[in-house]
Design a protein around this ligand. Structure first.
Ligand code: FA5
Length: 336
């Protein structure tokens, strides 16, 4: 009997490690400790033994049963027999299809296009210029001399010693005037860069430059065009104000503010409690700029302006923080 039990254990030990499914485990169990399993058959043979042999064999039989049961338990507890979480959900052909999500235009692009179409209707054409500029185009040709504070490294991103990321779209004026004879009427939208970041400033933002040169162009033309433009964007009752200002490339110069639409002029965080938000700079082209592009300042006069597109988008859509435009949060961008 002992030899028979040894043989049963050897066979069990050789089969147990290959069990990897619940079905195989069930089969192993019934082959050894099931009603017709090897141990049950051995048990039946006890009858033919003497009482002493029976006691001895019974003990071995019981030990083997305990051993087999504990091994079966180990295998059952092992992860191989745990039902595997399905990695693929069943395909249900009756479910409706998934909709393709549509993108939407960025609010800054929407406002840019709206502004372009307004100026287009006023007879302006669209020009473009490089975002990486020489100091000459970004500063010198615009009458901003070497020691001018606008060239400060703290405001300007220098790419190389004499090359900068343009700080405004005004250099496009110079490129256009170098290549075209007056009269001309252009706008130039594009990205500009400054070392600046807070609730109403971002290091990259968009401007639209405007330039009109002709015989007899005066400040009242500038004022008329600005009035028309801003009333088309913000509505007929829009309040604006022209504040005397200084730009080296225009004289006289002005900054144009629009009444803060967040607080209706009461004063809030966005307008720094002033009730007004500056949206553009403008003025009559300085004769020094005409000289730099070989236009005769005695013959031609002109006005120029440069507006911040994000600032206009903020006012139009009631956005309190300019930085939201560039955080790529789809929940924010999908609203427009
Ligand atoms: C200029 O950049 C001049 N080139 C504008 C100009 C053109 C004046 C032609 C005269 C003739 P200014 O630095 O003020 O000016 O900027 C123009 C507008 O850009 C501001 O009114 C403001 O609306 C916007 N702006 C300026 N800095 C930032 C910034 N960091 N983030 C977002 N918008 C800005």
């Amino acid at each position: 009997m002992q030899d028979q039990l040894k043989q049963i254990r050897i066979e069990f030990d050789s089969q147990a490690p290959s069990v990897s499914t619940p079905e195989q485990w069930q089969r192993l169990r019934s082959d050894y400790i099931g009603k017709k399993g090897s141990l049950s058959l051995a048990m039946k043979e006890l009858k033919s033994l003497t009482p002493d042999q029976k006691r001895e064999a019974g003990k071995h039989l019981n030990d083997l049963k305990v051993y087999i049961e504990s091994r079966l338990k180990e295998i059952e507890d092992g992860s191989v027999l745990q039902p595997k979480a399905s990695t693929r959900s069943a395909f249900d052909p009756t479910l409706p299809g998934r909709r393709q999500a549509f993108g939407s235009q960025h609010p800054v692009t929407q406002v840019t296009e709206e502004i372009i179409s307004i100026f287009y209707s006023l007879g302006f054409s669209v020009e473009e210029g490089p975002e990486i500029e020489t100091e000459y185009y970004n500063f010198e040709a615009l009458n901003i001399p070497k020691e001018h504070p606008a060239r400060d490294m703290q405001d300007t991103f220098y790419v190389e010693e004499e090359t900068v990321l343009r700080t405004h779209t005004s250099p496009v004026q110079i490129h256009v005037m170098e290549n075209c004879r007056p009269p001309l009427r252009i706008i130039a939208p594009g990205k500009v860069y400054r070392c600046d970041s807070d609730i109403s400033h971002t290091p990259m933002f968009h401007q639209i430059e405007g330039l009109m040169v002709d015989k007899g162009v005066s400040f009242s033309h500038l004022k008329g065009i600005m009035d028309q433009f801003l009333q088309k964007v913000f509505g007929a009752n829009t309040k604006l104000r022209f504040r005397p200002s200084f730009f080296p490339f225009t004289c006289p110069s002005a900054e144009v503010d629009i009444q803060c639409v967040m607080c209706k002029g009461q004063g809030c965080r966005v307008c720094s409690q002033t009730g007004w938000l500056e949206i553009l700079g403008a003025g009559m082209v300085d004769p020094a700029v005409f000289n730099a592009v070989n236009y005769d300042p005695e013959e031609w006069t002109g006005f120029a302006f440069g507006l911040g597109i994000e600032r206009i988008a903020m006012l139009k859509f009631g956005i309190h923080d300019i930085r939201l435009f560039y955080e790529n949060d789809l929940r924010f961008l999908k609203q427009f």
